[in-house]
Design a protein around this ligand. Structure first.
Ligand code: 4NP
Length: 150
C-alpha cells in the first residue's frame, strides 16, 4: 500500500487490509514515495479513525518505497495518480510495472479515481478516506481469498 507520506492513507490501507486477511498467509505492508516521515508513526487522525473501527495502526513506522519492493511484493496498490507515476518511474521492467494499480480501481474499474490526500483537511477527510479504503480492501480481500480457496 503506497501513498506520498506513509502517515495518512497507506498506514490505514495496511491496517484495514490486514484486518480482512489471514496475515500468516499474506504479507501486507505500506510505504510512502517521499522520505519526510521515515520512522514516524502514522498521523494521529489516521490512528484515531482506525481505532474507531477497532484497528490499531499506532505501532506502524513510516518507510520510503524502495525499488526492491517490486521483488518483495506481488501487488502494489497506490492511492493516487501521482503515486502511480512516482512508483512506475522506479520499475525496472514491464513485469514490475504490471504489479502496480490504483487502489480504487478495485471499486471503480479503469476510472483511476484518487484516494484524496486528507493531510491538509479536517477530520471529515479521514472518515471519507477510511470508507473508500475499507470498500476497496473488501473487494481485494474477497479476490485474494477466492484465489487461495480455489
Ligand atoms: P499521505 O498524506 O500521503 O496520505 O501519508 C501526506 C502526509 C504528509 C505529507 C503529504 C501527504 N507531507 O507533505 O508531509
Amino acid at each position: 500500500m503506497v501513498c506520498l507520506g506513509n502517515i495518512c492513507r497507506s498506514p490505514l490501507a495496511e491496517g484495514i487490509l490486514k484486518s480482512k486477511l489471514n496475515t500468516e498467509h499474506f504479507y501486507i505492508a505500506s510505504a510512502g514515495t517521499g522520505p519526510w516521515h521515515v520512522g514516524n508513526p502514522p498521523d494521529p487522525r489516521s490512528v484515531a479513525i482506525a481505532k474507531e473501527h477497532e484497528i490499531d495502526i499506532s505501532q506502524q513506522k513510516g518507510r520510503q518505497f524502495s525499488p526492491y519492493d517490486f521483488e518483495e511484493f506481488d501487488r502494489i496498490y497506490v492511492m493516487d495518480r501521482s503515486n502511480y507515476q512516482d512508483v512506475l518511474r522506479l520499475a525496472h521492467n514491464e513485469q514490475e510495472k504490471s504489479k502496480v494499480s490504483m487502489l480504487l480501481n478495485n471499486l471503480f474499474p479503469e476510472e483511476n479515481v484518487d484516494v484524496p490526500d486528507p493531510y491538509y483537511g479536517g477530520e471529515d477527510g479521514f472518515k471519507k478516506v477510511y470508507d473508500l479504503i475499507d470498500q476497496a480492501c473488501n473487494s481485494i480481500a474477497q479476490e485474494l481469498n477466492n484465489q487461495t480457496n480455489s
